[in-house]
Design a protein around this ligand. Sequence first.
Ligand SMILES: Nc1ncnc2c1ncn2[C@@H]1O[C@H](COP(=O)(O)OP(=O)(O)OP(=O)(O)O)[C@@H](O)[C@H]1O
Ligand SMILES: [Mg+2]
Length: 406
Amino acid sequence: MPGSICHKNAKIVTYSIDLSLWATYSSSMPKSADTTTGPLPEWDPERPYNQLPDLPPPVDLETKKILKQCILSRAAVAELRQAALRIPNQGILINTVPLLEAQASTEIENIVTTSDQLFRYRDSEENADPATKEALRYCQALLNGYRSLTKKPLSTTTAEQVCSKIKDKEMRVRRVPGTALSTPGGKVIYTPPEGESLLREKLANWERFLHERTDLDPLVRMAVGHYQFEAIHPFTDGNGRTGRILNSLFLIQKGLLSLPILYLSRYIIDNKSEYYRLLLEVTSDGSWEEWILFVLKGVAENARWTTGKIEAIVSLFFDTGAYVKEELPKIYSFELVQAIFEQPYCRIQNLVERDIAERRAASRHLKQLVDIGVLEVKKAGREKLFIHKKLLRLLTSDSNGYKAYD
Ligand SMILES: Nc1ncnc2c1ncn2[C@@H]1O[C@H](COP(=O)(O)OP(=O)(O)OP(=O)(O)O)[C@@H](O)[C@H]1O
Ligand SMILES: [Mg+2]
């Protein structure tokens, strides 16, 4: 256990989150009486919320509104799952969509990098700027978490591993007091529970809720579990990003998706103030329905967005394959086309490592792909980068169109 971490945090640390759009909220606002929730525990934003109720909450989690939205969201996720299975090489998705998720999720923390930078430095992290490095770590945390599911189910340990990877140091459940969420102006809006054993008990209850046998829809369970994880706020930092990775992993564990391609952070970033407001209103007002609907809508919206993206990638993949085959029949191979889709920033070395060609031939192949307009070449220090512009444009813009090869 990292004694130094405890030591370092032995002072009161207030982590500031960007709540600039929150002017409308005041913690002293009268709470609407919600007859469905029953009495809420005493809650003071500035005191550790050790009374945070265990799951499941004593409310109807399957209201008509929730069930109706759930049907739409489940259908959208099922379509995404199917679209992902249609792609000829799953590696293309694994190497691209998680980077988009990483970019959006770290942007919520105001760590701003571009998707372009992420693709560029994925294989040569050491040259990247700090924001890009941090987002790349998010992506690795997501992929490590995904791999870990084959060995063990989602648990507190998974959360610790994910958070440690994101923060690039050993992160354990908090042992010392002093973590709070505040506005940039310094007003504390929520203080999570304190005390390692209490936090571990709360997390054990959270785990049981995620895994217990119940017919509660997994998407609803994910929404409820995400609130609870954030309310427990087990770490001194990185809770938001860890929680968002856990959401993706949970859907894989429940078999709703087979790859970590739920790109929910994009929706959250577009609706950030609502995300914060609704999390807080579960605590202050027991507003579960609104929170669950918000998450379910986000799932549907993102699943549709990613399905569209995947379909466009698949279509570009086949178009590119056909074009290369026609223009460069001597060097065409499925593996070559696959490589420039898995690595939109391709290096000669990448083709060598994949046994596609020896160094000199690989260099020639890439140059020929430049000559026919599939790739563009750029010098980066002593190295040449072969950039798959059409694919990058597809990945980094909202549009799913691309200019056809003539
Ligand atoms: N009222 C609230 N109650 C519980 N959790 C909240 C509340 N408001 C925000 N949060 C969560 O806290 C996260 C911020 O906590 P923390 O700084 O530990 O995480 P992070 O990953 O570093 O940041 P970020 O989520 O901004 O990227 C938010 O993303 C959100 O998930
Ligand atoms: Mg933070």
